[in-house]
Ligand binder design. Structure first.
Ligand code: G
Ligand code: G
Ligand code: MN
Ligand code: NA
Length: 254
């Protein structure tokens, strides 16, 4: 409850910030997108998203918070595209955000205001979001996809119905969970499973993103498997907007 009151105040006092983690194309090493990640500095204390996203969801504060992230990130990414090359934006959605009354309209407005093309925005969802209000959630995500927005399944492979999920939602991308990537080159089963997910994704015509790349060996194996894109501390850590500014003027080499 105390946290809930603090969250409300944090929203009013603009204590939230967005960090961006670059995603690279593994064939060219070029940055093709950034994933927006919310940050909360409560005074000088950093509060991890895992600690406040649950309470924000429970209190409904996730709705205005997510709307701020959406508008702000669209605006910043549109500016980077104007001054360098065509990067995309990935956003994590919350269940409550999707079923909020004006979700689809809000996304449409954020795209219009910023000038970010719909096809440059990817919305990341996890399976648990289809547990409650599945019909409404699928309907809204399908409406957004009809506008040209892309959909991704985040943490792919960890849910209990990953494959069924692919049939229920028209998705464009899967993001392989770090629990698979962590075992690359060390654990035969995890290596085999990663290769199988990459192949499955490609056979379905999807973009496949590997997450949580921390070691050069993982990067090499993923490139060899033909995985489309990569993300992780080895490639780049989440960074403040000014970090992306300079990245857009230089480049990443991985
Ligand atoms: O920022 P970090 O990499 O520690 O992310 C922790 C968790 O918080 C991840 O599961 C991530 O998807 C989630 N997360 C980060 N930013 C957002 C956001 O803007 N909205 C939602 N709904 N989840 C987010
Ligand atoms: O659930 P989601 O995939 O949205 O989570 C993103 C979170 O993963 C962010 O909090 C980000 O800081 C974290 N992250 C990104 N790359 C790495 C990595 O290479 N290793 C670890 N441990 N975490 C990572
Ligand atoms: Mn994500
Ligand atoms: Na993930």
């Amino acid at each position: 409850l105390e946290l809930a009151a603090d969250l409300q105040r944090a929203l009013i006092e603009q204590q939230f910030a967005i960090e961006y983690q670059p995603v690279v194309d593994l064939a060219t090493s070029r940055v093709t997108a950034v994933e927006a990640l919310v940050r909360w500095w409560r005074g000088s204390v950093f509060v991890p998203p895992e600690q406040f996203l649950g309470p924000a969801e429970d209190t409904g504060l996730i709705v205005p918070l997510s709307e701020w992230i959406l508008r702000e990130a669209c605006r910043e990414v549109a500016a980077w595209r104007a001054s360098s090359w065509d990067i995309g934006l990935s956003l994590n959605l919350s269940a409550r955000q999707i079923t909020a009354p004006r979700f689809v309209e809000t996304v449409r407005e954020a795209l219009e205001e910023s000038g970010l093309p719909a096809s440059s925005l990817t919305l990341e969802v996890i399976e648990e979001m289809l547990v409650e209000d599945a019909e409404e959630t699928i309907k809204r995500l399908s409406e957004l996809r009809a506008l040209g927005v892309r959909l991704a399944i985040d943490d792919f492979g960890t849910g209990y119905a990953s494959l069924a999920f692919l049939r229920q939602l028209p998705v464009d991308m899967i993001k392989i969970d770090p629990s698979f990537v962590s075992g690359l080159g060390k654990d035969d089963t995890l290596t085999l499973l990663t290769r199988t997910i990459v192949r499955l994704g490609h056979d379905l015509g999807l973009v496949v993103v590997a997450e949580g790349i921390e070691r050069p060996e993982q990067l090499e194996l993923l490139k060899r498997m033909g995985c489309t894109r990569g993300q992780g501390f080895l490639v780049a850590r989440p960074m403040a907007a000014r970090g992306v500014d300079s990245l857009m003027r230089t480049s990443l080499t991985v």
